[in-house]
Design a protein around this ligand. Structure first.
Ligand code: HEC
Length: 201
């Protein structure tokens, strides 16, 4: 192959006019041919799902599978108590709790004062007082559905949001963690809320 130097010069730089290697040309021609079929398949007759649509289809399938699994294996008190005994599950729940809940409930769940003396906005989850119930199903429902605070003075600004968007798996882990700290009565915990009732178990 004779290397011809092209006539132009940029900033003293010259270039050869080499022929492109065949392997390179064929990948280029191949890509051109492929693009025609790709365009027809995905855009003209629409027989294929583009990545975004394919992802949604997968998501819907996964959600349907989870729904079916939940129906077959519904959340029950026994199941929640079982999960609260599982160290890996509780550790996952703790990590989620630190990430999503500790601003209001503090890392230990006691909703105690921070270094500026401000108590957490949430309720103490380690004492025997519960607003919405401290039994496993009530705790699970509180986290899954959220709760409206029953004080007319605070009205709709009170209560806690639903955490359903984290996914059922995460809500189960969070419930397991809350059950694991329930009754631990941390020393720096917040006083019971106005509407909380003492619960024996
Ligand atoms: C923005 C603040 C905030 C965050 C974040 C928050 N909570 Fe709450 N939580 C509250 C408030 C406020 C209440 C209700 C207390 C009240 O009504 O006075 C509450 C109540 C609860 C209760 C019921 C307590 C009872 O006495 O019945 C549980 C259980 C609970 N939260 C768990 C969680 C979990 C788990 C998370 C994280 C996924 C979380 N919270 C995140 C503010 C928060």
């Amino acid at each position: 192959m004779t290397a011809e130097v092209r006539s132009h010069t940029y900033d003293g730089i010259q270039e050869f006019d080499n022929r492109l290697p065949n392997w390179w040309l064929w990948t280029f021609y191949g890509a051109c041919i492929f693009s025609v079929f790709f365009w027809i398949h995905y855009h003209t007759i629409g027989t294929g799902d583009l990545p975004g649509e394919a992802y949604l289809v997968e998501q819907r399938k996964a959600a349907a599978a989870l729904e079916a699994e939940m129906k077959k294996n519904p959340v029950t008190e026994e199941r929640l108590l079982q999960l609260a005994e599982n160290p890996t599950f509780v550790a996952d729940g703790k990590a989620l709790f630190v990430q999503h809940c500790s601003t209001c409930h503090r890392e230990n769940g006691g909703a105690g004062k921070d270094q500026f003396g401000t108590p957490g906005a949430g309720a103490n989850l380690t004492d025997d007082y519960w607003i919405y119930g401290g039994d496993p199903m009530a705790i699970y429902q509180t986290i899954l559905e959220g709760r409206q605070f029953p004080d007319p003075e605070i009205g709709s600004n009170g209560g806690m949001q639903s955490w359903r968007h984290l996914g059922t798996g995460s809500v189960l882990r969070l419930a397991a963690f809350v059950l694991s700290i329930k009754g631990s009565n941390v020393s720096d915990g917040k006083a019971p809320e106005k509407y909380a009732k003492k619960q024996a178990k």
